[in-house]
Design a protein around this ligand. Structure first.
Ligand code: FES
Length: 103
């Protein structure tokens, strides 16, 4: 399965993501800039902020209540489809997902 991260400069990185792997883990493994994953996925750092492309937002689903609170403290302003990518696990339904890295 694959995911694509679009960087603020317009460049894209497409990489393999294993089923069950989080999109934060995959981004870190593939050196996607600006996805740090400082807390290791425990929902306490917000350094894994991504903006899900609107075409994929329904499939990715909404943030949990706690994730939603954390999205208020991201470095880059949150967008309507912002998510913390440590909370999105790859599934067949998300194969090909497009994520935007906030500037
Ligand atoms: S990695 Fe820390 S909140 Fe996602």
């Amino acid at each position: 399965m694959q995911a694509t991260w679009r960087l603020p400069n317009g460049q894209s990185i497409t990489a393999t993501v294993h089923p069950g792997q989080t999109l934060m883990e995959a981004a870190v493994a593939h050196n996607v800039p600006n996805v740090i994953g400082e807390c290791g996925g425990s929902l306490s750092c917000a350094t894994c902020h991504v903006v899900v492309d609107p075409a994929w937002a329904t499939r990715a689903g909404p943030p949990s209540a706690f994730e939603d609170d954390m999205l208020d403290v991201t470095d880059a302003d949150r967008q309507p489809t912002s998510r913390l990518s440590c909370q999105i696990k790859m599934t067949a339904a998300l194969d090909g997902i497009l994520l935007h890295i906030p500037g």
